[in-house]
Every structure is written in structure tokens, then in C-alpha cells.
Design a protein around this ligand. Structure first.
Ligand code: AMP
Ligand code: GLY
Length: 421
């Protein structure tokens, strides 16, 4: 069948890489894709929220399966758009419908969902402009650090953690009254601070049953030792060594199972990936957030560990037959190290020619494009160098060797991925 992947980052290049290995994939397309997807798929110059443009391309190219990478089209209802157009209705869409995508689209919605289904998470309260006085009083009653979250999508920047009460009150004011994050911070969730180590859990569901993908840990800060500004992600490792069998079972019993059952019970149609951001508090897993897609750069270590044919899995999800497919996971460790543009996550330049990519395996493109026949940088995060190894050390060594062969002006990467494991 012909397949379209929506998005243009490292996650989508990895999805294309895995899909292209399937005997069930005829023609593969990416919209808009990048210089990496271009080597294995046909790039279509269509934006991820241009639903009419996507519709036209899907019909023209006889596409039967659409895999949605980023959250924005899902939260804006791309799956519902397909269901609302008769000629698109038979096409499989991997990604939840709009009502279910609110798990990522609204923090308050996600918290209410967790409370309703008794899924362990931080205590919280939500406030709007009309209840800002109560919000300040709530901060006064709770202990620092104060966790303030813009309710809506804020490109990964909507969470602010502060030690100082006065600073937290000012931040609440900026979010609610000055709409610091635009419409996303018209509502603010204030949450109990949870202390522990974080991990990312990925589940694929057809709305009835689920498969648990390999767990991963990502490294979000720009600086070694996990300090400095937040980024989209500087590297990732899978599996996560501190997830014992016992802890895994707790995650499944207390979180995954009630999440999938809760979606069904609430009538929230879900065919796609659920990304559960977890924190290990003592020996207990708690949910930090839900995302309705795969993570980036976690995908770059999760999919290379998947033995099972991804198109078979997606078809099973579409037909609600996921129960009939058994997931096979490679025992090896996967690591990825992200090469970024100089200056990132602050201002950086684009258009730097990249050399040293020839003959290298599993270099996933995050922000690249082709200019006059040359592959050049086109984003803050540029390339993810993924490797598999018998041990984490071996995989990391291979990832770093791959990066040593690559150059572009301003290239930077963290040398300590996996340091805390
Ligand atoms: P989010 O956008 O919800 O993933 O939050 C971004 C980051 O903020 C998370 O990855 C955590 O590191 C941190 N964070 C969010 N909520 C909490 C919390 N309740 N306690 C401690 N850290 C948190
Ligand atoms: N790596 C975190 C995310 O994709 O949101």
C-alpha cells in the first residue's frame, strides 16, 4: 500500500526508515519531510496542518495509510477531517481523533482524565483570569517549587518551575492576564512538584487493546550534566535500566491499562501512539504528562529496537485487530545523540552544508534540507546519530563515532548522553 508520513523531523525520518523496510509498503511519501526522508520517500511540499492540501495529495497518490507525526494536526482534528470526507473515510489514520487528542491539547483535560480513572499523577488545581486571586492563595498554601503549566499547546515551553513564591505569583499573572503563552495560558494548571527520575513510555492502541513499545529516556537540557536551557531533546537511550520488572508491571497496571480503558469508557476514539511522560517517585510511577504522538528523539531509539513490521502493526490498529499481533523487541540497547546548530536553543543560523553523511547508517535527519544539490542545516536540531549495541557503552561509542565523521559549521552535541544511568 502507499503510505504518507506527516511531519518533517527526526521522528518522521525514523518512521519513514522503519516503514520503508516493510514488504507491505509500496510508495512512501512524507509531508513536508526533510533531506533524510527524501532518500527513502517522496517529499511533498505540504504543511502539517494544510488538511485540504493533504487530502488532495492522498487522493492523487492513492494513499491508504496516513501516519501523523506531530501533535498539532491531531489537536486540530486531522483524523476527524478524514472521517468527515467520504472519499477519505476508508483511509487509515494513525493518531487519535480531536476529542482524544485533548489529552495533549489541554493539561486540565488530561488531569481531569487521570483523576476520573485513578491514574497516579501530581495533585493540582486549575485557574483562569476570573480566579487569579484563588490561584495566588493556592500558591501561598502550597510548598515550593511551584509548577505552573499553560493549559494549551505551547511548543514545549508552557511549563515553568519556580522556587520563589513572589516569582510564582508574577508568573501566574503573566500567564493569565498577559497571556504569556497566548491563548494556551488562558487557563493555568498549578501542580505539586514531583521529585524523581523521568522516563518516556510509548503505547500503541487500536482503542480496545494495546502494545507497549520499548521505554526510553531522553535528555532535554542543552548542557552536559542536564543543565541550562530546555531543548527539544539532545539524545535518548532505550531500554531504561532502572525499569525493573516490578516497576514495569506497576506502570502497566496503574497507568497504561487504566489509560486505554479510560479512553474507551469516556468514548474518546483513539487509534495511535500514546506517549506517557512518567516520573519515578520512590518506587512509584506517576504521570507527568500525556502526548498523543511519539516523542522526539525517543522515536530514534524506540523504532530501531522494534523487530515487528511497523506497517503490519499500523494495519492492525486501523482494523482494530491489534490483539492479533505480537510485538517483538530487540534485546540490544539503542542510543541516539543529537547534533544541533551553534547557538541552539537560542538564535542560530540555517543553511550550513553538512559533510560526512555518506555510507553512514541510522543518521536520522531532524532539521535538514537540500539547497542546490547539497544537504544543509535547516533547524536547531539537525541530525540524530542512532546506534545499537550489546551494551549502552557500546551503542554510545558507535553514536559518537558516527558524529565524529560529520561536520557542519557550528555543530554541537552533548558528550554525556546516558551519564545518569
Ligand atoms: P511537560 O511539558 O509537562 O513535559 O513538562 C516539562 C518538564 O517539566 C517535564 O519533563 C518535567 O521535567 C517538568 N515537570 C512537569 N511537571 C512536573 C511536576 N509536577 N513535578 C516536577 N517536574 C515537573
Ligand atoms: N522528547 C519529548 C517530546 O517529544 O515531547
Amino acid at each position: 500500500m502507499n503510505i504518507l508520513v506527516i511531519g518533517g523531523g527526526g521522528r518522521e525520518h525514523t518512521l519513514c526508515w522503519k516503514i520503508s523496510q516493510s514488504a507491505h509498503c509500496d510508495k512512501l511519501f512524507a509531508a513536508p519531510g526533510n533531506a533524510g526522508t527524501q532518500t527513502i520517500a517522496t517529499n511533498l511540499p505540504i504543511g502539517v496542518t494544510d488538511f485540504d492540501g493533504i487530502k488532495e495529495a492522498v487522493l492523487k497518490n492513492n494513499i491508504e495509510l496516513v501516519v501523523v507525526g506531530p501533535e498539532e494536526p491531531l489537536v486540530k482534528g486531522i483524523h476527524d477531517y478524514f472521517l468527515a470526507h467520504e472519499e477519505l473515510r476508508p483511509i487509515g489514520v494513525i493518531g487519535p481523533q480531536k476529542a482524544a487528542a485533548e489529552l495533549e491539547g489541554s493539561k486540565a483535560f488530561a488531569k481531569e482524565f487521570m483523576i476520573r480513572h485513578q491514574i497516579p499523577t501530581a495533585q493540582y488545581a486549575e485557574f483562569t483570569k476570573a480566579t487569579i486571586a484563588q490561584g495566588k492563595a493556592y500558591l501561598e498554601r502550597t510548598a515550593p517549587p511551584y509548577v505552573l503549566k499553560a493549559d494549551g499547546l505551547a511548543a514545549g515551553k508552557g511549563v515553568v518551575i519556580l522556587e520563589d513564591l513572589e516569582a510564582a505569583k508574577s508568573e501566574l499573572r503573566r500567564m493569565l492576564l498577559e497571556e504569556k503563552f497566548g491563548a494556551a495560558s488562558k487557563k493555568v494548571v498549578i501542580e505539586e512538584f514531583l521529585s524523581g527520575i523521568e522516563l518516556s513510555c510509548f503505547v500503541l492502541t487500536d482503542g480496545n487493546t494495546y502494545s507497549i513499545l520499548p521505554m526510553a529516556k531522553d535528555y532535554k537540557r542543552i548542557g552536559e550534566g542536564d543543565i541550562g536551557l530546555n531543548t527539544g531533546g539532545m539524545g535518548a537511550v532505550s531500554p531504561v535500566p532502572f525499569v525493573s520488572k516490578e516497576f514495569y508491571n506497576k506502570i502497566e497496571d496503574q497507568i497504561i491499562n487504566p489509560t486505554v480503558a479510560g479512553l474507551k469508557k469516556d468514548g474518546l476514539p483513539y487509534k495511535g501512539f500514546i506517549f506517557i511522560g512518567l516520573i519515578k517517585v520512590g518506587e512509584e510511577p506517576k504521570v507527568i504528562e500525556y502526548n498523543v504522538r511519539l516523542g522526539d528523539p525517543e522515536t530514534e531509539v524506540v523504532l530501531p529496537r522494534l523487530e515487528t513490521d511497523l506497517v503490519t502493526l499500523f494495519s492492525a490498529v486501523h482494523k482494530e485487530e491489534l490483539e492479533s499481533v505480537t510485538l517483538q523487541i530487540k534485546p540490544e540497547t539503542a542510543t541516539t545523540v543529537m547534533a544541533v546548530s551553534g547557538g541552539y536553543p537560542e538564535a542560530y543560523q540555517k543553511g550550513m552544508p553538512i559533510s560526512g553523511l555518506e555510507g553512514q547508517e541510522m543518521i536520522f535527519h531532524a532539521g535538514t534540507t537540500i539547497k542546490e544539490g547539497t544537504i544543509v542545516t535547516d533547524g536547531g536540531r539537525v541530525l540524530a546519530a542512532t546506534s545499537l549495541g550489546q551494551t549502552r557503552e557500546e551503542a554510545l561509542q558507535k553514536s559518537y563515532e558516527k558524529l565524529k565523521a560529520i561536520t557542519f559549521k557550528g555543530m554541537a552535541y552533548r558528550k554525556d548522553i546516558g551519564f545518569d544511568l
